[in-house]
Design a protein around this ligand. Sequence first.
Ligand code: NAD
Length: 296
Amino acid sequence: MAKIAFIGLGNMGSGMCANLCNAGHEVHAFDLNEKAVQDAAAHGALPALSLAAAVKAADLVVTMLPAGKHVLSVYFGDDGVAANAKPGMLFIDCSTIAVEDAREAAKQAEAGGFLMVDAPVSGGTAAAEAGTLTFMAGGPDAAFAKAKPILDAMGKNIFHAGASGNGQVAKIANNMLLGISMIGTCEAFNLAEKLGLDAQTFFDISSVSSGQCWSMTSYCPAPGPVPASPANRDYQPGFAVAMMLKDLRLAHEAAVAAGAKITLGEMAEKVYGDLDARGHAGLDFSGVMKDLKGAL
Ligand code: NAD
């Protein structure tokens, strides 16, 4: 069993930390928010008084932080992870951050003699609590091999996507496709209904025809056909507009850097940016449907 420093005990990190404890690991938990540390302790973690104390007590580090600037400062800032880590230690960053930031972090880790993987997740807080997240990891083979048993304790599907940063590439490309397909699904249901075809009948036809996609069959944005989808609880998340917008912005930034054309990705970013600007950041991302109906 490993000694793990877990940094970032928010919506996602709290459940992930609890699952590492449940798997029998010794977890030293730290967050800037003291209440989050106390909650982690109630779920079996050892509360750490500082980032440095958590890292010094551990053999590897797992982070789940808001954005790239937090990740770079937690790992490489003054008295951060690298300054307190044992030689050759493994760093696993599960946050969703820019590809460029993930590659910069991996470069700095390697220069310091450490192993690092970027391992962002798919699946929300329910999957984090249930230990059923999908991890898409980037980094050297040796780092991934060491990280795999740790990720297994927090997830169901673990993929090695290739070199450093490739976990983030998989994450943003997938979520850009999800944003585009959700908007398309909402427009199709709205069009069908406006032309006199009810949502259930359209679902029955399209879900076994060429328009079929995950946004329709697993997360239907029209109330009724998929009872567990947020459409049936007035679009409470689920996966919020703010989170989708974050991922679309990361995809846009990476596309510009790579010279990749993403016409629909940019349009999806505009749609979610508009919802966010109008005060609907907390709405589920399938709430585009509600907006099309003029109900926002
Ligand atoms: P969150 O804001 O709830 O949690 C982040 C935690 O990090 C907070 O508790 C905060 O206090 C802590 N933190 C920030 N700076 C710190 C520092 N310097 N030292 C120690 N702790 C620090 O965010 P979340 O929803 O848990 O998301 C975390 C990451 O997971 C994000 O990158 C997000 O994009 C990604 N993600 C979230 C979801 C989701 O459904 N919430 C799904 C997939 C991926």
